[in-house]
Design a protein. Structure first.
Ligand SMILES: Nc1ncnc2c1ncn2[C@@H]1O[C@H](COP(=O)(O)OP(=O)(O)O)[C@@H](O)[C@H]1O
Ligand SMILES: CC(=O)N[C@@H](CCC(=O)OP(=O)(O)O)C(=O)O
Length: 267
């Protein structure tokens, strides 16, 4: 199966044009690839937390998650955000099914930080890829909310990039992280300098010098982890311009490709 795992960042969700969803449905119908969507929802969670007057902080781009924060993150991601995407795909003529990592144990989770400093922030320990494959084979575009559960029944808030990377690894597919930037940039003040390709070593250097910071840290680390876990490619693309996705699918240059080593990159 030629799976393409599209991670839709919360930053881009409200700005994605109808043409983006139409393209995803077209990709599925034409058989060019099997799209699987994993989403985030950071800004929507922020808004809901504000409304409920619950404070939250971030460590290296991950939201410290208390019980209260977890309930709100689940309500937002498995509720309104998930259904917004399903709605858009259905409107575009596709057959979309919104699920969270809890459904049929899709995402079995474990804590990211066993010391407890991050609270209920999870990482994916196992993906129920048999069930996911079944959904895909019956013509469905799965839309996955990144809430997972461990063997004891504890729920976890999983960063969307990390969830997408695990799904891409388990399906041996291409990982496409769609965000509100044209790729990994050398400076946020100069959007012209976009790195077409970054190696693992360059990624770590740019994190240590602060060039890559905030929400971009889990993104690039997930891109690498995806490759390590079986994904065939990892790329960070601009959702503001859906032509980027089209170019990428057609094998043209787009966004930032993350590779383990330089030799692995051939245009
Ligand atoms: N070097 C960088 N290049 C591009 N964006 C970066 C970089 N470092 C940090 N960022 C930030 O990362 C953000 C994307 O992460 P995030 O807000 O979590 O997106 P999403 O919601 O799409 O997952 C960008 O909007 C940008 O502010
Ligand atoms: C643990 C953790 O940080 N979870 C994220 C989940 C949402 C997410 O990943 O949203 P984006 O795709 O918009 O970044 C959060 O609570 O914000």
């Amino acid at each position: 199966m030629n799976a393409v795992i599209l991670k839709i960042g919360g930053s881009i969700l409200a700005k994605l044009p109808d043409s983006f969803y139409e393209m995803v449905v077209q990709l599925k119908k034409s058989g060019i690839c099997e799209p699987v969507i994993v989403h985030g929802g950071g800004p929507d969670i922020n808004q809901a937390l504000e409304k409920f007057e619950v404070e939250s902080t971030f460590i290296d781009g991950l939201r410290v998650t208390t019980d209260e924060v977890l309930d709100i993150a689940e309500m937002v991601m498995s509720g309104s955000v998930n259904k917004k995407i399903v709605h858009q795909l259905e409107k575009a003529g596709g057959a979309a099914c919104g699920v969270s990592g809890l459904d049929c144990s899709l995402l079995k989770a474990a804590p990211v930080d066993p010391t407890g400093a991050l609270g209920y922030v999870g990482q994916v320990a196992e993906v129920n890829s048999d069930w996911l494959n079944l959904l895909v084979k019956t013509g469905i575009i799965p839309v996955i909310s990144p809430i997972g559960m461990d063997a004891s029944g504890q729920r976890y808030n999983i960063n969307g990039d990390m969830a997408a990377s695990a799904v891409a690894g388990s399906l041996k597919g291409k990982l496409v992280l769609i965000s509100d930037i044209p790729g990994v940039m050398e400076s946020l003040d100069n959007t012209k300098i976009i790195h077409p390709v970054l190696t693992k070593q360059q990624v770590e250097e740019k994190i240590s010098t602060g060039v890559i910071h905030g929400g971009m840290i889990p993104k690039v680390r997930s891109a690498l982890k995806g490759l390590d876990g079986g994904a065939t490619e990892s790329v960070i693309l601009n959702g503001l311009d859906p032509i980027d996705l089209k170019n990428y699918i057609e094998g043209k240059k787009a966004g930032t490709k993350v590779v383990m080593e330089k030799e692995a990159y051939h245009v």
